[in-house]
Design a binder for this molecule. Structure first.
Ligand code: SF4
Length: 306
């Protein structure tokens, strides 16, 4: 059975683990190709206007798998809670319903449901269609392998992305599905590496920063991704980075709040911030010009202020 995995949303964290899980269960995983104009257009046509760009792109990958790859089923991560007392944004909760609306009639979905009761790597998280078909022991072994693959992926993401020289050090804040999707991010990481910039990403932020209470807030941030962005920004400030780039997805509700909090904190620390909004119409020329101008500005600032 060929099961399509959309290369979007939290695929950029867990995708390799999902692939190894499905393989170990005896299925054939088929991952959609990296995002390109085709997936964006398919997604934009399928999704409602007010949906954020990353979810539109996810829908584009689903349609690609169903219509071009003609897979037998589509794997849909229904991730509501991947860590204790924090939640992924509500759009993830509605993902299966949105996917159902664009799948050809009769094409099954296989869910991976993580919520308060179903831990990330528990047998209960696995879709009932797989649980009914395979022995529990086989599923457990596949999950343990998947967990190992996920931990290798985290190690890979936590390693320095970019130059180790004493030049510019720039912190990037973004959701993983914007940052690690080369098309959506306009290859921001590649551009920074090419400019010999040392880059910090949220995945490089030490765990103690991610878990620490964020000072100055009346109540805790309960979104996993927003909290990571906020914690990463505070960590970058403590590291004394030369500047921060915030890649934000058009239509993202949580980010409109977190982005404002981040901007205020960085301003208090006197750290320059470049905000880049991504939508389906973002042009490469404008993006490159703004990035270049920002790097020029922080380079000059560093050389004159030390
Ligand atoms: S956090 Fe923002 S970008 Fe991510 S799915 Fe939710 S609304 Fe979309």
């Amino acid at each position: 059975m060929r099961i399509g995995i959309p290369r979007a949303l939290l695929y950029h964290w867990y995708g390799k683990a999902w692939e190894s899980f499905l393989l170990a269960c005896g299925f054939t995983p088929v991952v959609s190709p990296p995002t390109g104009r085709r997936q964006v257009e398919l997604g934009v046509r399928a999704a409602q206007d007010e949906i954020c760009l990353p979810v539109k792109v996810f829908m584009g990958h689903v349609r690609y798998l169903a219509e071009v790859e003609k897979v037998d089923a589509v794997f849909v991560p229904h991730q509501i809670q991947v860590e204790k007392n924090r939640f992924i944004c509500p759009k993830f909760m509605g993902l299966p319903d949105m996917v159902r609306a664009v799948l050809p009639r009769g094409m099954p979905m296989l869910l991976w449901l993580n919520d308060r009761q179903r831990h990330l790597w528990s047998v209960q998280a696995v879709d009932g269609q797989i649980r009914r078909k395979l022995p529990k022991e086989k599923i457990r072994r596949a999950l343990s392998l998947a967990r190992q693959v996920a931990s290798e992926r985290w190690t890979e993401l936590a390693q320095a992305a970019g130059s180790q020289n004493q030049g510019l050090q720039i912190g990037v804040i973004a959701h993983p599905y914007c940052l690690y999707d080369g098309h959506l991010s306009m290859d921001l990481l590649g551009r920074l590496r090419a400019a010999d910039v040392q880059v910090l990403t949220p995945e490089m932020t030490p765990d103690r920063w991610l878990q620490a209470k964020i000072p100055g807030l009346n109540k805790p941030l309960f979104w996993t991704l927003g909290r990571r962005i906020m914690a990463a920004a505070l960590y970058y400030a403590e590291q004394g980075v030369d500047g921060v780039i915030h890649l934000a997805a058009f239509g993202c509700g949580p980010e409109s709040v977190v982005g404002e909090l981040v901007a205020r904190r960085l301003q208090e620390h006197g750290i320059p911030l470049l905000g880049l909004n991504l939508d389906e119409h973002t042009g490469e020329a404008g993006f490159a010009t703004r990035l270049e101008a920002f790097l020029d500005l922080v380079t000059r600032r560093k050389s004159c202020c030390g």
